[in-house]
Each structure stands twice: as structure tokens, then as C-alpha cells.
Design a protein around this ligand. Sequence first.
Ligand code: COA
Length: 257
Amino acid sequence: MNNIRTELKDTILTITVDRPKALNALNRETLEELKRVIEGIDSGVRCVIVTGGGEKAFVAGADIAAMRSMTKAQAKEFSAFGNGVFRALERLPIPVIAAVNGFALGGGCELAIACDFRICSENAVFGQPEVALGITAGFGGTQRLARLIGEGWAKQLLYTAARIKAPQALEIGLVNQVFPAGELMEEARKIATAIANNGPIAVSATKTALTDGLLLDIDEALILEADRFSTCFETEDQREAMSAMLEKRPANPFQGK
Ligand code: COA
């Protein structure tokens, strides 16, 4: 792969978008590589961290040079392809953390909001500058941003093309936590490790209950929760963790069974 690096450490997979000549901008090749990585994630991975290579950018957007001369038909296909990749990331049965280490503009902001949650460095900058380029957001920004931070802020960001810095991103709920740049990845790994140490069947069921449930009405969503809850029972992990608790002994590590 030319533009994506991966590192598997214990059960945590770090995916780094690494295309320094364009501040990690997403061209077709990068999206295809990302798709391949997502499709190749197996059940041994318990948490994913997505970040950007270099110190300046998470992802500076979809590739403007590649988009400049696109036809309407090519643009529709590019948007559909990018949306498919980000949706696949969102639908992974394991948590995905965005560790945003600099510019997260346009497609970069959209990549971050397709992850389960976001932490960022103090120098992070977020924005949806598409309308300043005469286009709309096309990788989920017109849909996910409002679901995440509410209609008002989403509309303000999408209509103004304003760039916001880490403290404001924190204030409006776009990110959960802000860290000094040098500590971001260590903090991301700490959170990922906490996730990876929990019961993988339970974490996965929690993710699908929550993510899919948000798209349902409350009655259907609670039926989904009961279903996801029940999938955790009769598993070795559930029996062992509950027995250890009641027997006042340390539990054996979770097996994912
Ligand atoms: N697509 C393609 N190339 C991009 C890019 C993008 N989204 N963002 C940055 N690059 C390229 C620049 O063209 C430049 O290439 P060059 O060295 O061949 O000239 C290189 O990355 C470095 O960017 P540069 O603009 O010189 O860095 P900077 O520090 O001055 O500015 C940004 C950084 C992020 C503020 C600026 O690059 C920018 O505004 N990028 C576009 C952001 C955007 O609108 N994204 C949404 C796209 S829909």
C-alpha cells in the first residue's frame, strides 16, 4: 500500500493515513487502500485507532486536485465510493477511535465522525470547507455531523466553511478529549487498551446496539438492545466474569467465546 500504514500491537490495530505530499488528502487510491484494510480486519482485533501520518494533518480532506475536473457522474461515484468505505468503518463490529493530530478538514472531518468517538491534539483544526470550494460535503458530513453535534452547529459549520480549533471542538462535542500533541497516541492506546480488556462479545454487542439503535425509534431500539444483551449470555466470557465476581477471585482474561 502506498498511502495507508497499519500496525497491530496486541489486539489494537492502528490505521495511519500517510500521504505526506498532500497532507494525507483522500484520493481514490487512498480510499481503496482504506477499504482493503477495513475488509481485512479479523476477529483478533479488539479496537482500532485511526490517525494521520506526520505532525500537521489528520486528513486535509478529499483530494482537491483529483476532484477539480470531475464530471457530475464521476463525482457521484466518488462520493458513493467514499461513503461506502466510511460506512464499512462505522459498521465494523469493534470500536474505532479517531486520534486527530492536526487538520481534519472536509473528508478528514468526515472520516473522524465515521469513527465511534474522537480525541484530538491541542493543534487539531476541524471544518467542513466544501462550500468554499463550490461543492457540498460528500463523505457523510451532511448527515453524520448533525446527528453528532446537533443541527444548529452542524449547519453553522457546513454553511460557513469555518475552521474551528480543538477547544471549540471540545465545547460542541465534536471531540471527547484534547491532549498535548506528543501524548495523543499514548492516550489513544490507553483508551483502546481499556476497551480491549473488556469482553469482546459484549463490547461488540454494545456497539451494534448503540449505533444501529440510533437509527431506530425507541421501541424498536429497545428490542434491539434485548437481542444484543441476550447474545452475551451462555458465553464462556459471561459465565467466567460473573462467576469470578461472585467468588471474589480475579477473572480469567476474556476469550471472545
Ligand atoms: N487535496 C489535495 N491536496 C492538498 C489538500 C487537499 N485537500 N490539502 C493540502 N493539499 C496539498 C497542497 O496542495 C500542498 O501541495 P504542494 O506542496 O504540492 O503545493 C500540500 O498538500 C501542503 O499543503 P499547503 O496548503 O501547502 O499547507 P499549509 O500548511 O499552507 O495549509 C491547509 C494547510 C490544510 C490549511 C491547506 O492545505 C488547505 O486548506 N487544504 C485544503 C483543505 C480543504 O479545503 N479540504 C476539503 C476538501 S473538500
